[in-house]
Design a protein around this ligand. Structure first.
Ligand SMILES: [Cu+2]
Length: 150
């Protein structure tokens, strides 16, 4: 009987130890696996969100106030970035004029001073484009300028 009890106790101890080792082993693996994975996933998401926001910038509005007179535009050199919204306020201080951006097919009506007109378009074409006044010989007299879209 004593021998049987000792064997029974040993078997119980072995079962208990085995049980502990089975319970502990998986739980440790779960912790060691989950923690680094969740950190990597979070940092990956954190990094990707600002990148996506940078790739889709809100349109930039570039406003220019141009004075038209006999026979010039001031300023006559405009520079924007491709995709910018170009807003032009044309203040005609003397004479009869308009402003025409040929490549963008954008123009104001021909009107006599004093008059203020506006024009708005998206600078979607890259390049250096002339603009000018379409009234008779005004362009040849100096009413022209350049829009650089870079
Ligand atoms: Cu003109």
């Amino acid at each position: 009987m004593k021998g049987g009890l000792i064997i029974g106790v040993i078997i119980l101890v072995v079962i208990v130890l085995l049980g502990f080792s089975f319970l502990k082993a998986p739980s440790q693996e779960e912790f060691t696996e989950e923690v680094p994975i969740s950190i990597e996933e979070e940092t990956g998401i954190d990094e990707s969100i600002p990148e996506e926001l940078e790739e889709i910038p809100s349109p930039v509005v570039k406003e220019f106030t141009i004075t038209a007179s006999n026979f010039k535009f001031e300023p006559s050199n405009l520079a924007v970035n491709q995709g910018d919204i170009v807003k032009i306020t044309l203040i005609n201080e003397g004479g009869t004029h308009n402003i025409f951006f040929e490549e963008y097919n954008e123009r104001t009506n021909v009107e006599s001073a004093p008059v203020t007109q506006t024009l708005e378009f998206v600078a979607d074409q890259l390049g250096s484009f002339a603009f000018w006044c379409e009234v008779s010989t005004h362009r040849a007299l100096g009413m022209e300028g350049t829009l650089v879209v870079g």
